[in-house]
Design a protein around this ligand. Sequence first.
Ligand SMILES: NC(=O)c1ccc[n+]([C@@H]2O[C@H](COP(=O)([O-])OP(=O)(O)OC[C@H]3O[C@@H](n4cnc5c(N)ncnc54)[C@H](OP(=O)(O)O)[C@@H]3O)[C@@H](O)[C@H]2O)c1
Length: 258
Amino acid sequence: MVMLRPAIGMGLGPWQVGSMKGSAVLITGASRGIGLALASELARRGWRVMAGARDPAGAHGLHAAAQSAAPGSIEILPLDVCSDHSVRSATEEAASKLRAIDVLVNNAGVLPEEGNETLEELPLERFAEAFAVNVVGVARVTRAFLPLLTAAPHPRVVNMSSRAGSVSRKEDSRHYCYSASKAALNMLTRAMAAELHPRGVTVVAVTPGWVKTEMGGPQAPLTVAESAVSLAATIDRVTPGDAGRFLDRNGSRETTAW
Ligand SMILES: NC(=O)c1ccc[n+]([C@@H]2O[C@H](COP(=O)([O-])OP(=O)(O)OC[C@H]3O[C@@H](n4cnc5c(N)ncnc54)[C@H](OP(=O)(O)O)[C@@H]3O)[C@@H](O)[C@H]2O)c1
């Protein structure tokens, strides 16, 4: 059986703080929301950002961010995480431009329900919609980009999870499909971490906080910029000792629970 590196209590290592300048990151779902803010923040920190968008022509905020960032620091990559063809094309385009990808942020996500539906009211197709993006999409993108990830010296995969994916803290019936898909993403994170850790790839799940986006709604306490600043710092500090961990945006395990 493949064991995760123990590392209990090791926390985020200081050895790479700020050392990722010039590294390459691919962010899925960067057309808006947290993905867009994270693309801007990492570019501001000197990263080379491949910003995935399933409809680049409609990603106006992303085009504006690419124009205001340092030249060439944000490149827009057509990428629909639900399409094998799109993901294959994206890997080919990325490989033509980059020798390696240091970090993959699986950020693209959907919340396909209202949230307050009863079990009897819930259209069951919503489960498939949530899982297609939030779980299968992550597996599809991660395996497609493995050759570019394993070409990097310290590759990481950061899966954008949610407190809604915590099984042990679930005490209401809201967001059946989204919650179940994020719990599944957490399990996918653990499984991928176990398989990929021996190959040098560190896989973690991270929560961004409750953030003002189309998904998070206007009542959320955090702006996308606030969330992105702390997420960027955490991504920068993830080490192999964090493999298989569920972290909050500040890199702590104290506020998250499987
Ligand atoms: N906001 C929060 O409070 C919160 C809390 C916990 C976790 N999260 C997680 O954080 C991540 C980002 O959330 P957000 O709040 O920024 O959501 P958002 O504003 O709704 O943005 C979602 C992003 O995912 C993209 N996307 C959806 N389906 C896709 C597909 N098939 N292929 C590629 N991209 C796709 C969207 O692209 P289009 O523009 O093309 O639709 C958009 O860029 C999600 O994984 C979410 O579950 C958010």
